[in-house]
Design a protein around this ligand. Structure first.
Ligand SMILES: Nc1ncnc2c1ncn2[C@@H]1O[C@H](COP(=O)(O)OP(=O)(O)OP(=O)(O)O)[C@@H](O)[C@H]1O
Length: 451
């Protein structure tokens, strides 16, 4: 604990040098910072009163990460940094932990209080999405509207969305924030249509069109659901025109949602689109460390390294591995060694066996990505909404496996060699000439083979 106090000046200087911070910026933002107190691995840093909350937010945004990295390098300890103004600093001894928002409005918002910016580890894969989210949280309805966050499964889209909501409510508990999954939204639309009375529809509209911040998770699932799309379209227009914030997440960018109505697709692009990619090794380690700390687990760095090296493309799976070890240690009450970890995680981690790329896997991934059922993929349906994903699957099977064209044809509904060749050639030509097709193919390829 003492080391950090002694090294504070050096730490600030190192941040300045390593990040080429100008003297004026250094004197303005970094030099006045002082350590307030250390509580476990939480480092409270005092921000001078005159900087007020705006300066505090700016320092957090701009300097938290450089400070954190340098502190970890120079003290060997990963601190969580908390910037505080003098007024808040006074309360620290009695209540160092932030109280969760508990107002009635907050409860109705459906937010998970543990998904906050504080618990979100920032790395190169999500830095843009995180800063865009913070900007939206700081000035809802003004910064970017809508904010559209997209990326693969388990990469933190929902976490970021909740962080925005929690931040907004913390700053302004009177705002009406509402989080729903697109499945919940769809079910409510269906239910109000099913009851067939005007009151149900009015209630639904009242609920969604009077909020200050509307968040819909996994918006891709409204594709193909006409009434839901229609309701969403009007809700979007009403809220947007009134300057209310809309935040959406999806597994892909709007331009890849080919079967989504054009008018909705274009609205998604009105504001800011931010993608979250697969985390690099350092970010995966940082996420593991944070969780180990939060759960007060005792795991060696070797074990964390083993997990981070072998689980690369999904943070939910990364956490799942830790949860498995946590459950084991609670049950058996023994220290987790590397051997135990490897044995316990053998169903999750198969280090020497990368997932085999089979035509079945390719067809499944394409069908999921393009929101076309497996039945449609192999059906006789030749409408472009179905034929195109099918041709993409043909192209990928040809390029990613050694399976003969005849076998690909058999798997895709008993089609002959010429049909498969035609599909492959068509997508090959598009891949070479059309940037959207290229992006689409590369995204699907990454889903098939993330390594
Ligand atoms: N950068 C991060 N820092 C800390 N935890 C993270 C981070 N990213 C993801 N997680 C954790 O990983 C888990 C999965 O994240 P989340 O549910 O937000 O993913 P998602 O992108 O919404 O996935 P899906 O598309 O499958 O719904 C959550 O427990 C979340 O807290």
């Amino acid at each position: 604990m003492e080391a950090i106090f002694e090294k504070w000046e050096d730490i600030l200087q190192t941040v300045k040098e390593e990040h080429e911070i100008t003297q004026i910026s250094f004197d303005t933002w970094l030099k006045p910072l002082e350590i307030c107190t250390v509580d476990d691995h939480k480092l409270y840093i005092l921000v001078p009163e005159e900087m007020n909350i705006t300066g505090l937010k700016y320092i957090t945004r701009r300097y938290e990460l450089p400070l954190k990295v340098t502190i970890a390098e120079m003290t060997g300890i990963e601190y969580e940094l908390v910037f505080v103004l003098p007024e808040e600093a006074k309360k620290l001894k009695t209540s160092p932990k932030k109280q969760p928002v508990t107002s009635e409005l907050a409860e109705r918002s459906n937010l998970n209080p543990s998904y906050t910016f504080d618990t979100f580890v920032v790395g190169s894969n999500n830095r843009f999405a995180q800063s865009a989210s913070l900007a939206v949280a700081e000035s809802p309805g003004e910064a970017y509207n809508p904010l559209y966050i997209y990326g693969g499964p388990g990469l933190g889209k929902t976490h970021l969305m909740h962080s925005i909501g929690n931040f907004i409510l913390e700053q302004n508990p009177d705002l009406r924030v509402l989080y729903v999954t697109s499945e919940e939204f769809t079910n409510e639309v269906i239910e109000s249509i099913r009851t067939g009375n005007a009151t149900a529809m009015t209630k639904l509209r009242e609920k969604y069109r009077t909020v200050d911040v509307l968040m819909i998770d996994d918006i891709q699932f409204i594709i193909g659901k006409e009434s839901t799309q229609e309701e969403f379209f009007h809700t979007f227009n009403v809220l947007h025109a009134a300057g209310k914030q809309i935040i959406l997440t999806s597994d892909k960018p709007p331009k890849e949602m080919e079967t989504l109505e054009e008018r909705i697709q274009s609205r998604f692009e009105w504001g800011l689109m931010a993608d979250i990619g697969v985390p690099d090794y350092e970010t995966r380690m940082a996420i593991l460390r944070r969780k180990v700390e939060a759960d007060e687990m005792d795991l060696s760095d070797d074990i964390l390294n083993y997990i981070a090296t072998n689980i690369k493309s999904n943070i939910r799976e990364l956490e799942g591995a830790l949860n498995k070890l946590l459950a084991y240690s609670n049950l058996v009450k023994t220290e987790i060694t590397m051997d135990i970890a490897m044995k316990e995680l053998q169903n999750i981690i198969t280090p020497d066996k990368p997932k085999e790329i089979t035509p079945q896997l390719i067809i499944e991934v394409v069908s999921e990505h393009c929101q076309i059922s497996l039945e449609q993929m192999i059906s006789k349906n030749r409408s472009s909404a179905v034929a195109r994903p099918r041709q993409i699957a043909m192209y990928l099977c040809k390029n990613m496996t050694n399976i003969p064209l005849e076998s690909i044809g058999k798997l895709l509904g008993g089609r002959d060699h010429t049909t498969i060749m035609h599909g492959v050639n068509k997508i090959t030509e598009e891949y070479e000439t059309n940037e959207n097709t290229r992006t689409l193919i590369e995204t699907i390829k990454k889903k098939i083979n993330p390594n």
